[in-house]
Ligand binder design. Sequence first.
Ligand code: PEP
Ligand code: MN
Length: 355
Amino acid sequence: MEIDSTWRQHLRRPWIMAGPCSAESSEQLREITKEIYRLGIKVIRAGIWKPRTRPNHFEGVGEEGLKWMASIKKEIPVQFATEVATPQHLELALKYGVDIIWIGARTTVNPFIVQDIADALTGVDIPVFIKNPINPDLALWLGCIERIAGAGVKKIAAIHRGFSSFKKSSFRNEPLWQIAIELKQHLPDLPLICDPSHIAGDRSMVTEIAQKALDMSYDGLMIEVHPIPDQALSDPKQQVAPMQLAEMLKQLTIRSDTNKDALFTSKLEELRNKIDSIDHDLVEHLATRMTLIEEIGQYKKENDVTILQLERWKAILTSRKQWGKTLNLNSEFIEDIYKTIHTESIRKQTDIFNN
Ligand code: PEP
Ligand code: MN
């Protein structure tokens, strides 16, 4: 996959796009554009066609909003970004000179529509930002990026907006940072932007999530900003007012990827060496544990006893979580580790039973 080599540098960290969830009126869009531009941000987001979960909600102003964008650009030197969800949206966005488009989470999940949009992008030189799919599926995200790149688009970036989950959570969309890290491992040259507004779902959490993304070397942020957030026609809880955006920009700490300072490097090296040594011990312990599992599996088989011993499994989980607790280790973390170990133990014993 070919990414324009100057593209990532062009999005100088932290690259910021901000604006309302939806364009609502020409006055609202002009006012917020002015406020955001005053803070030094030159790319304005605004949804024109809004994918709403339930019908009979505000579904965006449509083509009219594109005219507002074109007219505001004559007064304020900004670029506009909007979401396209069909080839027709793309055609209209291009007609009115939209500068950047993004593919929303509800579109990334659908390879047919993504391919239709990709086909319509053939020969078009416009940056395309691709949001992660609603569900935690890295392959769908990658697939969408590959389809758009396949159309010859060279300026592509990924937007991490979190994933929906049936679990009750303090986030509107669980960040599941690991999925974005895996995307980065697959496509190291692809710029990665965080959308803390859709992850949070609540304006009080936006700065904290934005800081975390920056600390994880994200290239930039997409932030929802509205002149009067509580009166917004979509996503009112998560949008911030321009004042809060200004505050947030002041608060964010921008850390560099590396630090050439010799003292810093040697201390980091020392800590990493310690971690390597502990990990080596951990892996050795796991191997020893697995040898015992094999022995136990053999013993159960010879004595016609089942592999799964529910009471023992419960006791393991309870005691390990308790040990962890006394050492200040998060019990969900311990539970996840032991579930993985237990799954492997069952697999190993099943092998023994089958041989
Ligand atoms: C949006 O950016 O307003 C939007 C609808 O985003 P998502 O696709 O992440 O839900
Ligand atoms: Mn929104």
